[in-house]
Design a protein around this ligand. Structure first.
Ligand SMILES: *[C@@H]1O[C@H](CO)[C@@H](O)[C@H](O)[C@H]1NC(C)=O
Ligand SMILES: *[C@@H]1O[C@H](CO)[C@@H](O)[C@H](O)[C@H]1NC(C)=O
Ligand SMILES: *[C@@H]1O[C@H](CO)[C@@H](O)[C@H](O)[C@H]1NC(C)=O
Ligand SMILES: *[C@@H]1O[C@H](CO)[C@@H](O)[C@H](O)[C@H]1NC(C)=O
Ligand SMILES: *[C@@H]1O[C@H](CO)[C@@H](O)[C@H](O)[C@H]1NC(C)=O
Length: 285
């Protein structure tokens, strides 16, 4: 009996006092505007009443989150983390004190410390948010050459670890006096009703490609007025990026195009001679 009692005590002693705290194996990468999991967990459940878990920024000592007296204490969170850092309440009794930080901002980069206190001892683990990833949007380096009446594809691909269907994507025709909305993807759908009349029924996404981050645009029956620059603009909650695409008329040199424009501009007040000059260029092209 005496021996058993001693063994039980010894076991309790071990259970209560010895716990191992685990964190992240390495620095973390987070997506601007996205969410990141900051790991901190022990190898066994700890009695909640005497437990305190203290998450802080090591540089500023700002409290990111606190668990104390058997519950989480959002009122003690620093302003920068209010409503953005959350425990997983069901996980805490299992000894999992990981934190989810959402709406990630540039200022969130840095070192975080999770300190777990019981009555007898405390342990800490650190995790660094090292890299904040921006949206990366790529297009094509070369212009797309087309004859009037042809269909073209303008490239725009998004590289992100976030959910691409949460993005807003705008294709805009840019080289006019004002930007013209060619095509819009918003709230998980293409929104043809918001596009400019000039592109109505002529521009569309490749819907099945969107989940892969491919927001390339198909433009049908190219017109002379389509020649020039388009911008593909991608917005997430907290970040945006863009790429440009060009449509160039097949067979026209840049010089010829510029000269034609200048000639029309200079000669347009003199209605009679304009006809002669532009038709001269046309035969040259
Ligand atoms: C802690 O909880 C989070 C959220 O449920 C989970 O993603 C993570 O894997 C858990 N960690 C451990 C060690 O169980
Ligand atoms: C992206 O979000 C949508 C809806 O919000 C969801 O249905 C889809 O499963 C998510 N995709 C991924 C890869 O998380
Ligand atoms: C995007 O989809 C279009 C149409 O299927 C395809 O031509 C293009 O190669 C795709 N772009 C990328 C980067 O996968
Ligand atoms: C990120 O977005 C959230 C809302 O989604 C906003 O409250 C926060 O101020 C933004 N942060 C930055 C740095 O833009
Ligand atoms: C140029 O000629 C067209 C008819 O060929 C006419 O409609 C237009 O008003 C003229 N413009 C000027 C500026 O004279």
């Amino acid at each position: 009996m005496h021996h058993l009692h001693y063994a039980t005590l010894k076991m309790l002693f071990i259970l209560k006092i010895r716990f191992l705290l685990h964190g992240s194996a390495g620095p973390l990468t987070a997506q601007l505007g996205g969410a990141v999991l900051l790991p901190c967990f022990v190898d066994r459940p700890l009695p909640l009443e005497e437990l305190e878990v203290d998450w802080r920024r090591t540089d500023s000592d700002t409290i990111v989150h606190l668990f104390q007296g058997g519950q989480s204490r959002p009122e003690s969170q620093g302003d920068a983390y209010r409503d953005r850092a959350h425990f997983f309440s069901q996980e805490i009794p299992k000894g999992n004190f990981s934190l989810l930080l959402d709406g990630v901002r540039t200022a969130d980069a840095g070192v975080y410390e999770c300190v777990v206190y019981t009555e007898q001892e405390h342990h800490e683990t650190r995790v660094e948010i090292q890299e904040l990833e921006r949206l990366v949007v790529t297009g094509a380096d070369e212009p797309v050459y087309a004859h009037a009446g042809e269909d073209v594809t303008l490239s725009c691909s998004v590289d992100t670890h976030g959910n691409v269907t949460e993005l807003q994507v705008k294709w805009i025709k840019t080289d006019d006096d004002s930007d013209i909305l060619v095509l819009l993807y918003d709230e998980r759908e293409s929104r043809p009703q918001s596009q400019h009349d000039r592109y109505s029924g002529r521009a569309e996404f490749f819907t099945e490609e969107i989940p892969k981050g491919n927001f390339s645009m198909k433009l049908r029956k190219v017109r002379t007025e389509d020649i020039g620059e388009f911008r593909c603009e991608v917005h997430s909650n907290n970040d945006s990026a863009s790429t440009t695409a060009r449509i160039a008329a097949l067979g026209e040199s840049l010089e010829g195009l510029v000269l034609t424009c200048i000639s029309i501009f200079l000669l347009s007040p003199r209605n009679g001679s304009m006809h002669v000059v532009t038709s001269g260029f046309k035969t040259g092209i």
